[in-house]
Design a protein around this ligand. Sequence first.
Ligand SMILES: *[C@@H]1O[C@H](CO)[C@@H](O)[C@H](O)[C@H]1NC(C)=O
Ligand SMILES: *[C@@H]1O[C@H](CO)[C@@H](O)[C@H](O)[C@H]1NC(C)=O
Ligand SMILES: *[C@@H]1O[C@H](CO)[C@@H](O)[C@H](O)[C@H]1NC(C)=O
Ligand SMILES: *[C@@H]1O[C@H](CO)[C@@H](O)[C@H](O)[C@H]1NC(C)=O
Ligand SMILES: *[C@@H]1O[C@H](CO)[C@@H](O)[C@H](O)[C@H]1NC(C)=O
Ligand SMILES: *[C@@H]1O[C@H](CO)[C@@H](O)[C@H](O)[C@H]1NC(C)=O
Ligand SMILES: *[C@@H]1O[C@H](CO)[C@@H](O)[C@H](O)[C@H]1NC(C)=O
Length: 744
Amino acid sequence: MQALLQLGLCLILLAAQYAPAGSAVPSSHCRRQCGNVEIPYPFGIDPGCSPGDGFHLDCKVHDGIERPFRSAFEVLDISLKQGTTRVLNFIVGYCYNTSTGSMEYFGRYGGLNEGVSSPYRLSDVQNRFMVIGCNALASISDRDGTGYEGYGAAACRNQSDLVDGSCSGIGCSQTTIPKRMYFYATTFFSTVNNSQIWKFNRCSYAVLMETASFRFSTKYITTNKFNGTNDGRVPVVLDWAVRDIKSCDVAKQNKTGTYACLSSNSKCVNSSNDQGYTCNCTNGYEGNPYLPGGCKDVNECDHNPCPSDGVCRNIAGEYRCSCRVGKKYAKESNTCNPNIGFIIGLTMGLFGLMIIIMISVFWGQMTIQKRKLNKVKQEYFREHGGLLLFDRMRSEKGLAFNVFSEAELRHATDNFDVSRILGKGGHGTVYKGIIKSSMLVAIKRCGIVDERQKKEFGKEMLILSQINHKNVVKLLGCCLEVEVPILVYEFVRNGTLFELIHGRNQALQISFSTLLRIAHEAAEGLSFLHSYASPPIIHGDVKTSNILLDDNYMAKVSDFGASILAPSDKEQFVTMVQGTCGYLDPEYMQTCQLTDKSDVYSFGVILLEILTGQLPLKLEGTEKPRSLSLIFLSAMKENNLEDVLVSQVKGQASMELLRGLADLAKKCLEMCGDNRPSMKDVADELNRLRKLSLHPWVQLEMEMDEENLVGGESTSGYEIELSGYPMGQSENHPINPGSSYYAR
Ligand SMILES: *[C@@H]1O[C@H](CO)[C@@H](O)[C@H](O)[C@H]1NC(C)=O
Ligand SMILES: *[C@@H]1O[C@H](CO)[C@@H](O)[C@H](O)[C@H]1NC(C)=O
Ligand SMILES: *[C@@H]1O[C@H](CO)[C@@H](O)[C@H](O)[C@H]1NC(C)=O
Ligand SMILES: *[C@@H]1O[C@H](CO)[C@@H](O)[C@H](O)[C@H]1NC(C)=O
Ligand SMILES: *[C@@H]1O[C@H](CO)[C@@H](O)[C@H](O)[C@H]1NC(C)=O
Ligand SMILES: *[C@@H]1O[C@H](CO)[C@@H](O)[C@H](O)[C@H]1NC(C)=O
Ligand SMILES: *[C@@H]1O[C@H](CO)[C@@H](O)[C@H](O)[C@H]1NC(C)=O
């Protein structure tokens, strides 16, 4: 026994094709509202306001209110985003008539049938086929369309079996449907004639409806009434789409005229239910993708998607979140997290800053220390007359003069090693040094200095640094930044004239012409000093031990070590009177006025030493020391010159030459300085005498002798002694520190 009732709604829509009128955007006269329901394009209620009849709706007054209808189905709302429309569907009831004992159908139709070309499909996702009752069996079928036929069965023994909200077979069942359905029919099947059940549940119900809108209630059973929300109607969801184009791919290929997604920032979406497509605004845009310019940028910041402690910034199609300083936006968790990088960076930055500060402080300390050291060095420098020198160096450009550092000189002398000592004198110690890796120099380092001596170094340097003559020892540089001033001299290696004349090896046959040449060269050197500057540079301590000899036995005047500038105040003037006994200008002894003629006098004594081979002061036994000059002068007076001449000399030179030399010496030894020749005259006269001596036979002899000397290993066993170099002070030679006066 089965009662079959098939109910279907056949709305045959002939012009369902989606056909927007080219670029013709729906007129602004089209109503977009029907009652409370918004009607967005492509839907329309006025003629020509929708692309094809499929999207046409009727706006009818129902119960006094305007409502849109799609045929018999009232439209609740339209979603462009989801491509769905909710309409009210009709519930079908099936009841037992106790008076007649038969079953009867109630309610309206059970489906929607608009054909395959209709935009609408029954949503398989959002709808269920609901069957309510304690003795109910109903089917949903689409035999002509998809061929689907489903069943819903609901049963219960008595009311106590029923549970509110539970729709899983007891008093209520729900059944899913397949896709692509646009129509269905509902049929109830007759069940067992159960009088027990009819007592409390006579009616069964069946409807395809929106799952979300349904909640089972036991009352539906006990009161025999399930009439939905709107007089036997419940919402059902329809998926709509542009169906005449199969998919987005096809639609995009053939955009001419019929492509529905007219808005920029819109995209085509394949329909999820049957063929066709819908349009959607791309992410970050919302609006109507079916209208040109319909998709509008969403101001996401309106509903602040960012963390509460963040800041939102809207940009086209999207938005940006940022967090305050020190925090970093984490997109995954949408939170403002402590910015490790920033913190690390900040920490590193602070750390770096700290290091910089520490380095600065360290540098500061270093600089202060350095300054202190420099101050000490500058103090020494000043004490040692360095400022004077530098003033001079500044005013006289191109001075070939070096200022050495202490370290350089320590290195040059092997840290002032004893083995490097060339000689020791009253003023200090002279070391052999090597600078610039190969250059030999003599480095004079003062021992103990008193205030006066300290000044003398600066002065000596000042004088020497200016002088460049082959017969004057060259000062290469100095170092004033130490307590003890250090001077760097040209290295002159062959001892002094003193050693040559009075040297240990008296047997040495030193050629007279060599001595004459040395005397001439020394005279040239002194002459140069006198003429070099105005006022003249006065040596002040001319003596044989201050005439050094280089490799070729060329004379080099040395020892400006005790030189000072002529003092301006008289008191100092007097105390400064010093020289070497035996060489001292007698006029100077009386006047305390050192002149260039004082040097000439001293040079005269040198000539005497050459002629006589005697020391300037003869110390014979207990006798009073006798001055060589006095002996000589008295001999000259008595015409006894030959008696005083040294024997070797007599053999080597003509008497004429010797007499000339003796005359020159005599002139030099004049008591009155004004009567003495100038140093230039002396040099010229010596030059003349040398030429006189250069007769062929004399020259030959001389050259032979010189060869012996130059050869170094002389057959005569000449010994080179470098004591006192370049101070020129031999232990066996009593001398006072001399003084040069830079006369004004
Ligand atoms: C359209 O896009 C929105 C988000 O912008 C999304 O929620 C919705 O599901 C999309 N619709 C379809 C049919 O894909
Ligand atoms: C039962 O059927 C009778 C006769 O057709 C009818 O008059 C009556 O109204 C029905 N009862 C119900 C509850 O429908
Ligand atoms: C159901 O049973 C009752 C009696 O129990 C009877 O009167 C009635 O006709 C039956 N109805 C049907 C449809 O068989
Ligand atoms: C629901 O109620 C309406 C009137 O209130 C009625 O016309 C309709 O038949 C009822 N439907 C069902 C299934 O009971
Ligand atoms: C419901 O049926 C069960 C089992 O037949 C029974 O035990 C129970 O008492 C019944 N409840 C009511 C209210 O009839
Ligand atoms: C493109 O659309 C036109 C008109 O709608 C149609 O005639 C044509 O067949 C379509 N072409 C393709 C490739 O779908
Ligand atoms: C849309 O559907 C067509 C055909 O069904 C398919 O080839 C295409 O990949 C789909 N496109 C998207 C974006 O899913």
